[in-house]
Design a protein around this ligand. Structure first.
Ligand code: GTR
Length: 427
């Protein structure tokens, strides 16, 4: 048995490894020529020249195209929601913050899913505070230096030894993701933070869409189609249920929730923000392919690579567009545009070539035409900004030094962006 294990791991990892090593293009000169689908043209050929046509005709069309071709449709299903606060700490982070742990129970008949939410709020707030909200990769106990946060008992990737990359080598240990969350910095700037482990909503492995909220919302004898939801849609749907809960907490300004996500969870934050306009500000940190990066550039991770390594993230139909991205009726600049007129921030990292930084910039830039319909400046920078030189209008963008991660530098930009849009403070 012992001898068999390495072989089993190699077999399990091989689709991921082969997708990452096979013919990855990192040469700008080898990016294929492409033309993007026209954002401001409806499917019936009508030019979108004002915001009313965008809101009433083109936006719903684009949203539906992303459902049908990329992330999949979420079934309408009635669920019951209840919540209970399982811990409350008045003197968190040395007295700076109040900390709650809340269990949100989603149920449908006998089936239920529990979401464990961790909330930090500034102790001296004099009214409802704006918050950052996001899914974490490795459990709430990894987010903060505090040692009395409940350990997650949900399925975790490192138990499965699948898809581990170096930036997650510490997963599971208390405080391991502290640098990615900067809780003290957030509190010092008078924002709250709400976070939960993404695997609570839907465990990140392919089980035929039975566990997590896929199972919860599934109807008896339901047949999945090529346009049915994958895990990115599941995580996004879960975020909206958490927002439902936050709306009931009077200490939080639920009209000022900034949704943040990194990598696959950055793809998720963009998709959640597109579907649910209650998210007032949306941040994509290094989200790459299927997130902010243009699919047609096929630079770094491609549609073929991502749907081979992670078939459960998207609807099945998306996988048919590997190597024929130019036939997709959407590209990812249209996803960014779905946020309009809300502020949206896209961030890249210089060494994160797999996520195609230029493709992320171009998406942000090309979404600006929709912001113009609202009389807003989208992304001010006409060309890709230099390293560590953010550009911010109602769309923000930066590329920083370093690799695939969320750093204090990233948070400094997000906090300044939130101040600008939530508190009318210029940076
Ligand atoms: C990679 C995947 C990326 C990104 C990343 C992550 O393996 O290819 O699209 O999502 O995982 O989420 O850490």
């Amino acid at each position: 048995m012992k001898k068999l294990l390495p072989l089993v791991y190699i077999l399990l990892l091989s689709p991921i490894l082969s997708a990452q090593t096979a013919e990855v293009n990192y040469e700008e000169s080898l990016v294929p020529e492409y033309s993007l689908p026209e954002i401001l043209l409806t499917m019936s050929g009508e030019k979108v020249a004002d915001r009313f046509t965008w809101i009433n005709k083109r936006r719903p069309e684009v949203l539906q195209l992303f459902q049908d071709y990329v992330y999949g449709n979420i079934p309408e299903s009635k669920i019951d929601v209840s919540s209970r606060t399982v811990s409350h700490k008045e003197q968190a982070l040395g007295g700076k913050a109040i900390r709650d742990e809340v269990v949100i129970t989603l149920s449908a008949g006998e089936k239920k899913v529990e979401l464990n939410l961790l909330i930090y709020l500034p102790a001296d707030a004099d009214g409802p505070v704006p918050i950052f909200m996001g899914l974490n990769f490795n459990g709430n106990h990894t987010v903060s230096p505090e040692t009395d946060i409940q350990m997650s008992s949900s399925w975790m990737r490192n138990n499965q030894k699948i898809g581990i990359t170096d930036h997650r080598s510490n997963n599971g240990t208390r405080g391991a993701s502290e640098s990615r969350w900067q809780v003290t910095k957030i509190i010092d700037r008078n924002y709250g933070l709400a976070t939960l482990y993404y695997g609570d909503i839907d465990p990140d492995f392919h089980d035929g869409f039975k566990n997590g909220v896929h199972g919860l919302l599934a109807q008896e004898n339901e047949k999945r189609t090529d346009e049915s939801w994958g895990s990115l849609s599941a995580w996004a749907w879960g975020l909206s249920r958490v927002l439902d809960y936050l709306e009931t907490d009077g200490r939080i300004n639920s009209g000022k929730v900034a949704l943040i996500g990194h990598s696959r969870l950055g793809k998720t934050s963009l998709w959640a923000g597109a579907m649910d306009p209650r998210f007032a500000l949306v941040i994509s940190n290094d989200s790459g392919c299927g997130g902010a990066a243009l699919s047609r550039r096929a630079y770094g991770e491609t549609v073929n690579a991502i749907t081979t390594a992670f078939p459960h993230w998207f609807c099945k139909k998306f996988s048919e567009y590997g190597n024929r991205e130019s036939e997709l009726p959407v590209d990812q600049h249209m996803l960014i545009a779905l946020m309009a007129p809300r502020p949206v921030y896209v961030a890249s990292a210089e060494e994160d070539k797999w996520a195609d930084p230029r493709g992320e910039f171009l998406s942000a830039s090309k979404a600006s035409v929709v912001y113009s319909l609202f009389g807003l400046e989208g992304l001010p920078a006409a060309d890709m900004p230099g390293i560590n030189s953010p550009s911010s209008g109602t769309i923000g963008y930066h590329i920083r030094t370093g690799g695939h991660d969320v750093t204090a530098y990233d948070w400094d930009q997000y906090l300044a962006f939130a101040d600008k849009h939530f508190r009318n403070q210029q940076d």
